[in-house]
Design a protein around this ligand. Structure first.
Ligand code: SD4
Length: 325
């Protein structure tokens, strides 16, 4: 779909939205109007988000759904063996096992996730399968793997040479600190709004490097690593999952937007909450991005060096996030 047709459809959706907005506005006086921007907006975490955004954009251009866009977008990162925090090539746990977590949430409010999934390069597709074709929301370990195999997915060795080497080096000292350094995490979280104003989100990770076997982070936990409410917006977190979970940070950000906060304000409130709850906030990083129903975005982190990729009709750019420290 070319820019002009995006704009045309955006105009149409603005007209349609005009009939819906007053109903919402009654309950939420400060609630943002449906769309101010022209065309879709895609927002994702870290530098790898640029490529993921490009793929998600391509899917929308070809007429795919917003759910297809977020799924296919993060699959690019999952398939990249050089990325050591997502999918194939992810750093293993302390026992050398690559265990993946992922979640997805669509505009209809439905969601799915997988935790502790091994041997499958695209956990996001399994999360979608859980959402669409099972009566469940979350599946773990062997059961999730069985579902993936049932879908026709191949079992693969996800531990690349580079990641195995890094793990063996780590084993020499085996010093595990449950701290995520700002250089050491790159989960992909991706949010998209299409030109109908529909929002979806996806989040996928190999979690913390050298974690205890069985550890699960925030990324597959709906409300913590990812939350979408199609009436309001969406949010995704990256960083030390344990701290994100304690504040249910993505849900918190979306609820703040529901109450009238801008995405930027909502992100700052969520990070402030995490910092309030932990006296050790200087020792770990959490970053959050948010997108609202108007296509406006926000981002915030505890430490600097968190960045995000922002795709609009005009450009697909990497931007440094604001941070508290
Ligand atoms: C986790 N939040 O498992 C994830 C890790 C992460 O970038 O974000 N890495 O805790």
């Amino acid at each position: 779909m070319k820019r002009r047709s995006f704009l045309r459809r955006a105009t149409l959706s603005t007209l349609v939205a005009g009939t819906v907005a007053p109903r919402l506005a009654q309950g939420h006086p400060a609630f943002p109007s449906f769309r101010k921007t022209d065309g879709p907006v895609i927002l994702s975490t870290w530098a790898h988000g640029v490529e993921a955004n490009a793929e998600a954009w391509r899917i929308l251009e070809e007429g795919g759904s917003v759910l297809d866009a977020v799924e296919k977008g993060v699959m690019v990162t999952e398939a990249d063996p050089k990325n050591q925090s997502v999918g194939i090539g992810g750093l293993p746990d302390r026992d050398g096992r690559v265990t993946l977590d992922a979640s997805i949430m669509g505009p209809d409010g439905n969601c799915g996730s997988v935790v502790y999934l091994e041997h499958i390069k695209h956990p996001i597709c399994v999360a979608r399968k859980v959402m669409e074709d099972t009566p469940h929301v979350m599946m773990a370990g062997e059961g999730a793997l069985a579902l993936a195999l049932d879908m026709g997915m191949e079992k693969e060795n996800l531990l690349t040479e580079d990641s195995e080497k890094a793990w063996k080096k780590w084993l020499e000292k085996s010093q595990y600190k449950p701290i995520i350094n700002i250089e050491n995490h790159d989960t992909i979280g991706l949010l998209a709004i299409d030109d109908n104003g529909d929002i979806a989100g996806a989040c996928t990770t190999s979690g913390l490097a050298y974690k205890m076997n069985g550890r699960v982070g925030d990324s597959p936990i709906i409300g913590s690593g990812l939350y979408v409410d199609n009436a309001v917006g969406g949010a995704v977190c990256t960083g030390l999952g344990e701290e994100v979970i304690k504040s249910v940070a993505s849900f918190l950000a979306v609820e703040k937007m529901r109450d009238g906060a801008s995405p930027q304000e909502a992100c700052q409130i969520a990070i402030d909450r995490i910092m309030e709850k932990s006296p050790h906030y200087k020792d770990f990083q959490v970053g959050i991005i948010a997108l609202n129903k108007s296509g406006e975005i926000g981002s915030y982190a505890i430490h600097p060096y968190f960045n995000y990729a922002h795709h609009t009709v005009q450009e697909n750019v990497l931007i440094d996030s604001k941070s508290a420290l």
